[in-house]
Design a protein around this ligand. Structure first.
Ligand SMILES: [Zn+2]
Ligand SMILES: [Zn+2]
Length: 277
């Protein structure tokens, strides 16, 4: 499986010189396994992904959303494949989220905020329920689990039978303050080869005034990854206030501190080949 990060920033895009190394696009990750393609979230990173996708026509893509907060949907009105005949999208979502995604995608293209209505898109977009037990999509098995986030969000476990990737962003876990969520996450992530985890804050930032905001710290993401036996960890959903210098320093110090796990801060444009262990 190949994972590509198209957007790694949380909350709001952060273009400019201070963030050019890690990137300023909001959440969007692509997973490819042979002919199967899955896109996770539609933050601003999805615009650039769309430019490559329209070159591969006709195409079918599975689309999964963690939830419908702006930073996870705001790139979609500028996602060229949506406007292109021959592109098919299958949106798989737990039933509560399915209704929400359908409504929000239409709302964010209403005339007062966007010139082209959702109903006028030329691609085929199908909304399908993702059952509790998950489903088989080509060579990939996709299942979901609940995250700890205001308004509810979902994580996804995607496996080709040999390698497993878990995507869990917008998830507040903490060994002392959110024990249940921490345990639930470990259970869902257990044995994964690659874990993409919400890690928006340092512990100091979190404890200062961000408890209950729905995001985790580097340390808690690390602790969950270790307990779940994960070998490779991508810290994701970087805070808009964290510039390249800050992230670089923190990444270096975490890598020095935790040598038993391969960890890195995700960057826009970065591709990772997932190997089983
Ligand atoms: Zn977010
Ligand atoms: Zn959110």
């Amino acid at each position: 499986m190949r994972v590509k990060f198209w957007g790694v920033r949380g909350s709001i895009p952060t273009p400019g010189r201070l963030t050019e190394k890690y990137g300023g696009n909001t959440a969007c990750v692509e997973i490819r396994e042979k002919k199967n393609r899955v896109i996770l979230d539609g933050g601003t990173g999805i615009r650039e992904l769309g430019l490559t996708l329209v070159k591969e026509m006709p195409s079918e893509t599975a689309l999964l959303f963690s939830h419908t907060h702006w930073d996870h949907i705001q790139g979609l009105p500028f996602f060229q494949p949506f406007f292109t005949k021959g592109c098919t999208f299958r949106v798989f979502a737990p039933s509560i989220l399915k209704t929400r995604v359908e409504a929000i995608l239409t709302q964010q293209m209403e005339q007062n905020v966007f010139p082209v209505p959702f109903a006028a898109l030329s691609s085929k977009i199908l909304f399908e329920s993702l059952p509790e037990e998950g489903l088989q999509y080509g060579d990939l098995h996709i299942s979901f689990f609940e995250l700890n986030h205001p308004g509810k969000a979902f994580g996804y476990r995607i496996s080709n039978g040999e390698e497993t990737v878990v995507y869990a962003t917008d998830n507040e876990i903490h060994r002392a303050k959110h024990k249940k969520a921490f345990k639930r996450t470990i259970k869902a992530v257990r044995g994964a080869d690659f874990f993409i985890a919400d890690a928006q804050y340092s512990s100091e930032e979190y404890l200062r005034n961000r408890v209950g905001w729905g995001h985790s710290t580097y340390e808690e993401a690390m602790a969950a990854a270790r307990e779940a036996g994960v070998k490779k960890l991508a810290l994701f959903h970087h805070d808009p206030m964290s510039d390249d210098i800050t992230l670089g320093k923190r990444e270096r110090s975490l890598r020095k501190k935790y040598r038993d796990i391969s960890l890195f801060f995700a960057r826009d444009g970065m591709a990772v080949d997932v190997a089983s262990h």
